[in-house]
Design a protein around this ligand. Structure first.
Ligand code: F6R
Length: 608
């Protein structure tokens, strides 16, 4: 969950290193640091806090040309947030510098062993052991030395290592934490994801677990843990650098909310025509789905789980297909009932979430076919899955998932419809929902047009300490996501409930200090939802609702409301998403918080 960027080559300066690192700041922003190797000397600069803290300490260095450098932005796991615990870490002699993303599980044992051998540690981190182990094992060949060290490490890592005895060389390695390498003209690079690399090259190689790369001025070489050379062609990335810029918006989150019309178009284009699904990635599964498929299991975390829940409701409600869904961190440990007749659908924007990855591994081990819906091409989960549908929404940088959430639901509904079609369970209702998904870009443009109204609304709610989101069926899945968006970026205690569950406990919380956000879908159970709102009002809680245009009851019953254009009930979680997202975004701004970098969170969760 840290960000790594480094390079060997000609023509770049410290500002380029910092700029690359900034593109990865979404991965962790507790501290930042750089190591620069120059004339057999390594200089380290590191600082607690955001990258601009580091940048403002070294203005005189920015124009300095550098040939070998490592950069790191940290999400703290072992050792508090401090200058000392920031990466890069060095050995006792100052000849070695390392950066690390992941967790070294046996670091305590290794550290004690190294201390006994006379090594002096300067930080509380697990990562520092790597620098001292390199010092201890180096005998003139950095590649061989790092391979030896890796055999002693348990846990997860993506690392970059430099040694003053081997200038113009970086050794990079990966197990469990993402790492991508690339060679541009006169420069070789390593990074946690492609975004800092795109400026220099669009051809990249994603390291697999157990692979090591040697980066020099002349490009890179790949090796396995036995030191055998590996040949693998790079893959071409279609994203361009501008996709990872804010492009005039105040925050990535704002940009990504407003990108949803185009993101939905890119995610669905060629996969849907006049309400009929046609996903080419599913074609190889046609026979399996028609003749063998008995059960679907969805595995995901956080927002991706909420998208999966919408799919479960979609499939069960419209085609009565048995779908189970589990949060990946639970799925891993619950002995799930899966076999060769199960289709497991893994959903992950980043493709690196460790819990989801482990879920994929368990499902495959039990004989299930795993289909992944993912945004990041070449990331680990798709590479370990049997089939992949890429979301094509472009990079999502804001920590809170927005455009990828709506794209996930749209794709999952099309997948669900395809399965229903092949199982002869396709219906007019499914077709209507899919037709509306085709028109979503336009629909989103309309809803995004309410942004000023939503901003005004957020002023009335930004001062509360708690907020409850309620809904029924599709409205419930939307409530869960609305609550997650609010809590993660505004730190207001927000929880989503099935409206029917209120009376079984949560209603005890409500009073005039505890407002409720109600999702009022225009469906056959709307009257029940209205009754729930009345129960809430009876406890003097303030109510804001999102409902469908023309709903006069909402206008009279609630304190505040936003009415959106009519939509099929299944489309409701998609339709209300921009409202929920903009509401949370504006509340965070009013509370003077940075919505792109919520405390304690990181975009890609590669630890358990
Ligand atoms: C919330 C959010 C997280 C992620 C979750 C899974 O806004 O972004 O809840 O949805 O960590 O991440 P991915 O989809 O990358 O597996």
């Amino acid at each position: 969950m840290c960000g790594i960027f480094g390079f060997v080559g000609e023509g770049l300066n410290v500002q380029d290193l910092i700029n690359g690192l900034k593109k990865l700041e979404y991965r962790g922003y507790d501290s930042a640091g750089i190591a620069i190797e120059n004339e057999k000397n390594i200089s380290i600069y590191k600082k607690e806090g955001r990258i601009y803290n580091l940048e403002s300490e070294i203005p005189q260095l920015m124009e300095k040309k550098i040939s070998t450098a490592l950069g790191h932005t940290r999400w703290a796991t072992h050792g508090g947030v401090s200058d000392q615990n920031s990466h890069p870490h060095t050995d006792c002699t100052g000849k070695v510098a390392i950066i690390h993303n992941g967790i070294i599980e046996n670091f305590q044992y290794l550290r004690e062993k190294l201390i006994k051998n006379g090594h002096i540690f300067k930080s509380e981190t697990d990562s520092e052991v790597i620098a001292h182990m390199v010092e201890e094992n180096y005998s003139g060949n950095l590649l061989e030395c790092v391979i030896k060290v890796l055999h002693e490490l348990n846990g997860a890592y993506a690392i970059g290592v430099i040694h003053t005895d081997e200038p113009n060389c970086i050794i990079a390695a990966r197990k469990g934490s993402p790492l991508v390498i690339s060679a541009g003209s006169n420069i070789s690079m390593l990074a946690s994801d492609v975004t800092p690399i795109l400026r220099y090259s669009k051809d990249v190689n994603f390291l697999n677990d157990g692979e090591i790369a040697k980066l020099t001025n002349n490009g890179y070489e790949l090796y396995d843990l036995q030191g055998n050379k590996i040949e693998r062609k790079p893959i071409h990335i279609n994203w361009d650098e501008a996709c990872a810029e804010r492009s005039g918006y105040n925050h990535f989150m704002e940009k990504e909310i407003f990108e949803q019309p185009i993101a939905i178009k890119s995610a669905t284009i060629g996969r849907l025509k006049d309400g009929i699904p046609c996903i080419k990635e599913l074609e190889p599964l046609k026979d399996f789905i028609e003749t063998k498929l008995e059960k679907i299991y969805i595995v995901a975390c956080g927002t991706a789980y909420h998208a999966g829940l919408a799919m479960k409701y979609f499939m069960q409600y419209y085609s009565n297909i048995d779908v189970s869904i589990e949060v990946a961190s639970e799925f891993r440990y619950m002995n799930p009932k899966i076999d060769g007749k199960t289709l497991t659908i893994a959903i992950s924007q980043s493709g690196e979430t460790l819990d989801t990855l482990e879920g994929v591994r368990i499902a495959r081990k039990n004989g299930s076919h795993v289909l992944t819906v993912c945004n990041v091409v070449g990331s680990t989960i798709p590479r370990e899955s049997d089939s992949v549908i890429y979301m094509n929404t472009g990079p999502e940088i804001g920590v809170a998932a927005t455009k990828t959430y709506t794209a996930q639901i749209a794709i999952l509904y099309i997948v669900g419809a395809q399965i229903a079609l092949w199982k002869n369970l396709y219906s007019e209702d499914i077709k209507n929902a899919l037709c509306q998904i085709e028109n979503l870009p336009e629909y989103f443009n309309t809803v995004l047009g309410y942004s000023q109204k939503i901003k005004e609304l957020s002023k009335s709610y930004c001062g509360y300490r708690n907020m409850m989101y309620i809904g029924r069926r599709f409205g419930y899945t939307a409530a869960l996501e609305g609550a997650l968006k609010l809590k993660e970026i505004s730190y207001i205690n927000a929880t989503g409930y099935q409206a029917g569950e209120l009376k079984h406990g949560p209603i005890a919380l409500l009073d005039q200090e505890f407002p409720v956000f109600a999702m009022v879908c225009d469906d056959d159970i709307k009257e029940k939802m209205i009754s729930n709102i009345m129960e809430v009002k009876a406890r003097k809680a303030r109510v804001v609702a999102v409902g469908i245009e023309g709903d006069e009851k909402i206008k009279t019953l609630t304190d505040d409301y936003i009415l959106i254009p009519k939509c099929e009930q299944a489309v409701f979680p998609l339709a209300v998403a921009p409202v929920m997202q903009l509401f949370a975004y504006n509340v965070a701004l009013l509370r003077e918080l940075d919505p792109d970098k919520p405390r304690n969170l990181a975009k890609s969760v590669t630890v358990e």
